[in-house]
Design a protein around this ligand. Structure first.
Ligand code: AMP
Length: 251
């Protein structure tokens, strides 16, 4: 039976922007910085739309938990082809556990057959939300998907693991997270960007779902990566080997 797909999308610092750390080391400076949809979430939106285009899904619902501006991220998902969107508006810092709890409450309301998340958000690289959502809901999970097929109440997920590719079959409803090679997201056309402005976008509050947004994690310090040391040019392979021996890189 065709199903609804829920796609959680996060608004993050654009992947082309070089993050600047705040002078007091308390976090990344986001003032006047370009923000975009997390790239893995774009892949999830694309895959959900493709499944709907193939007839495996009836509706694609994008959801974001974040500030009012996350509505822009949802409009991007609508412009790509999602049918409607839900913004759970909060200015509180969002952590994977609170996001997963809100997504669980939305799953209870929406009853999607599939939840397609990104494997990780590129701002804090947590790689936790999908797994936590699967644990909270008791649903099967297929993480790091590079191929997804839906048939007969089952989603078959090819997973990118260290040793190669692993294929798992999950009974729907299921939770799947996307890896980089799953697809290449489409660009939204101008007419679709215009159309997206009139697609439904509901605004909700975390309190409506009874989720406590109090942070459980404390960021102690954020620092720039150590500057790379300048390279050296050596005159020959022998000189290179000798130099590596002095540095203790080779015996
Ligand atoms: P993370 O566990 O933070 O690395 O994020 C993994 C995935 O969870 C993202 O690619 C999104 O699909 C989803 N997610 C995380 N945070 C949010 C959020 N604030 N709103 C919507 N989806 C989110």
């Amino acid at each position: 039976m065709p199903m609804k797909i829920l796609v959680p999308v996060k608004r993050v610092i654009d992947y082309n922007v070089r993050p600047r750390v705040k002078a007091d080391g308390s976090g990344v400076d986001l003032a006047n910085v370009k923000m975009s949809m997390n790239p893995f979430c774009e892949i999830a939106v694309e895959e959900a739309i493709r499944l709907r285009e193939k007839g495996a899904a009836t509706e694609v619902v994008a959801v974001s938990i974040g500030p009012a501006k996350a509505a822009e991220t949802l409009r991007s998902a609508l412009a790509m082809g999602a049918d409607r969107a839900i913004l759970v508006e909060t200015d509180a810092p969002v952590e994977p556990l609170t996001v997963a709890k809100i997504l669980k409450a939305i799953m209870d309301e929406e009853q999607p057959g599939l939840v397609l998340l990104g494997k990780q958000a590129i701002d804090d690289d947590c790689n936790q939300t999908g797994q936590m959502l699967a644990a909270l809901t008791g649903r099967p999970q297929g993480t790091f998907a590079s191929k997804i097929e839906v048939a007969d109440g089952t989603v078959t997920v090819t997973r990118e693991v260290d040793a190669g590719l692993e294929t798992v079959a999950l009974k729907l409803p299921a939770i799947v997270t996307t890896d980089l090679r799953l697809n290449e997201p489409r660009y939204a056309s101008l007419p679709n960007i215009m159309k997206a402005k009139s697609k439904p976008l509901a605004t909700r509050k975390p309190e409506e779902f009874g989720v406590d947004m109090a942070p459980r994690l404390t960021v102690l310090k954020v620092a720039e990566p150590a500057a790379r040391q300048a390279g050296e040019i050596v005159g020959s392979v022998d000189e290179l080997v000798a130099r590596l021996k002095t540095l203790g890189v080779v015996a």
